[in-house]
Structure formats: structure tokens, C-alpha cells
Ligand binder design. Structure first.
Ligand SMILES: C[S@@+](CC[C@H](N)C(=O)[O-])C[C@H]1O[C@@H](n2cnc3c(N)ncnc32)[C@H](O)[C@@H]1O
Length: 278
């Protein structure tokens, strides 16, 4: 067993160092196959494919040691739909909003958000292979639920996304590191200043302190949300932290009750929990 682990570690290190495309694709295919051994309930429900865990160095062909170590592009793992639904329920009528998933992976959060009224749903994903699967999944949902908003998926870096629509919901499930989030936030702050109504939903809000410090965004909702029983075995934890911020100019009601929740890093660069501070 130990010998196999050492061999795999050596192979992985070689692939990282040489950026071997064939090797990367081979390991990615194996990781995707492993995911099929434990199919998430949402996959069974929609007849889609979002299960599994794909390490970050397999997702980004341009990856390098620094990006991997700083987790500037993060691993793929799908969100827990039951938790995301809870955060989406905290929003007002979103039928005029465009939903963006920054780092959409195979599109599990897009599938979940399609259950809600949005004008359009757009996923951005670094990995070409995960994008291809997300596009297939989107087509299946469109075939089964033609009345829902259209889902589209674009391959690329979330930093470079041109956002369209006056009203936006930006979803992030701990997709990237601090440097990436900083440049994304700079862009969102400019749009918020220009009067756009923007919600940012952050699941597992590692680096959420950047939004906390923003002068353009204020708290809308925060909770440590327990997963449904059937989803627990598909996640390393039984719950996930969610914080939602909204562009400050659009907040008219008193949301100060949510300021009582603190973001606490429980595993550095890996997990943040939302804890009541009073
Ligand atoms: C934790 S997964 C989240 C998947 C999906 N949002 C969901 O909730 O089901 C993070 C994803 O973000 C992608 N990612 C990381 N950095 C990115 C970037 N700069 N631009 C676009 N996608 C990125 C990764 O490849 C990975 O698939």
C-alpha cells in the first residue's frame, strides 16, 4: 500500500512539474470514474454527473507549484444543494437577476439554482473537461425542465468575466485563493458603486474577511447550515457556512441581526465556519 502511495505521489509530482497534458487527463479521467462510485442524490434526481473530488492540479492546465500551494485555484467538489437552497431562500424576488457561479465545476450549484426564479444562470470554470460535463448537465436540465431559466457555461478564469445584467447574484464555493478574490471584488465594488444591485453568496467563506472589509457590500444573511441527512455522506462535514452580502446602496431593510455571526477559520485555507458571537 505504502509503495503504491509513493508511486502515485511521484507520478503526480512529475505531472505537476512537467505539466504533462496526457498524464493530467489520464489522472482526471480516473478521478471522475472514482466519483461514480458514490453518486450524489442530486445526480440521481436530475440524471446528471457532478459527483466526486478532483484535486486542483488536475483542473488547471496552466497550474504551477505556487498556484497549487496557495490554492489560488481550488479543488473541485460540488456544493451541498440542501445548504445552498437555504441561502437562496434568503434572497428577495430574483426573477430579474442573473445568477453567476464563479468556478462552477460540473454545474451542481447551477442545477440547484435553476430551481429558483432567475433571468439566466451562467457558470464559469477553469477546467475544460469539467466545463464539457457541465454543458451536458445543463442540456439535460433544459430537456427535463424547459420552463426553467437557461443555464450556460463558459470556460475561463473568473477574474476575466464580463458581467451582464443590472442585477446579479454571484455564487462562490471556496473556488479560489485570496489574490483572485481580491481582483474579483475590486471589479464588483466598481459595479456596486455604479448602482448595480449585487448579491454575493459565499459557501465556506475562507477569505470572506475581504468582503467584510468592503465599503460597497453589507451583510444580508449568515448561517452555519446543516446538510440534509441524505447528503451528509457526500461531504467532509455535516454542515457548511454561508454568508450573503448585498451592494450597500440596495439594502433598505435592517439586516443587523446577521452581524452577530462571525466567520471563523477552523482549518487554514480549507474551512470557514459561521459562528454566533453573542
Ligand atoms: C469547490 S468547486 C465548486 C463547484 C461548484 N461551484 C459547486 O458548488 O458545485 C471550485 C471550482 O472552481 C474552479 N476554479 C478555481 N479557480 C477558478 C478561476 N479562477 N476561475 C474559474 N474557475 C475556477 C475549480 O476548477 C473548481 O472546479
Amino acid at each position: 500500500m505504502l509503495v503504491r502511495i509513493i508511486k502515485l505521489a511521484k507520478k503526480t509530482a512529475t505531472i505537476i512539474l512537467t505539466r504533462n497534458t496526457y498524464g493530467r487527463r489520464y489522472l482526471l479521467r480516473r478521478a471522475l470514474k472514482l466519483g461514480q462510485h458514490h453518486v450524489h442524490p442530486i445526480d440521481a434526481y436530475y440524471n446528471i454527473r457532478t459527483s466526486g473530488f478532483i484535486p486542483n492540479f488536475l483542473n488547471d492546465p496552466g497550474s504551477n507549484i505556487v498556484k497549487i500551494a496557495t490554492r489560488e485555484n481550488n479543488h473541485y467538489a460540488g456544493c451541498q444543494p440542501s445548504c445552498l437552497r437555504k441561502a437562496l431562500q434568503s434572497l428577495p424576488d430574483t426573477s430579474e437577476f442573473v445568477f453567476y457561479d464563479y468556478g462552477c465545476g460540473m454545474g451542481r450549484a447551477l442545477a440547484t439554482a435553476s430551481e429558483f426564479a432567475f433571468r439566466e444562470l451562467i457558470g464559469i470554470e477553469l477546467s475544460e473537461e469539467l466545463c464539457t460535463i457541465a454543458v451536458e448537465n445543463a442540456q439535460r436540465i433544459a430537456d427535463s425542465f424547459p420552463e426553467r431559466a437557461r443555464i450556460s457555461v463558459k470556460q475561463g478564469d473568473a477574474i476575466a468575466v464580463e458581467l451582464h445584467g443590472d442585477n446579479l447574484v454571484i455564487f462562490m464555493y471556496h473556488s479560489f485563493g485570496r489574490a483572485t478574490l481580491t481582483s474579483i471584488l475590486n471589479k464588483l465594488e466598481k459595479l456596486a458603486k455604479d448602482g448595480r444591485d449585487i448579491f454575493v453568496i459565499f459557501e465556506n467563506p475562507v477569505n470572506g474577511d475581504l468582503l467584510e472589509q468592503s465599503t460597497q457590500f453589507g451583510r444580508w444573511y449568515a448561517e452555519q447550515v446543516p446538510c440534509d441527512a441524505e447528503e451528509i455522506s457526500h461531504h467532509s462535514d455535516a454542515d457548511d457556512g454561508f454568508v450573503v452580502w448585498r451592494s450597500i446602496n440596495a439594502i433598505t431593510a435592517d439586516r443587523s441581526a446577521y452581524n452577530k455571526f462571525e466567520i471563523v477559520i477552523t482549518k487554514p485555507t480549507w474551512r470557514a465556519e459561521v459562528v454566533r458571537s453573542d
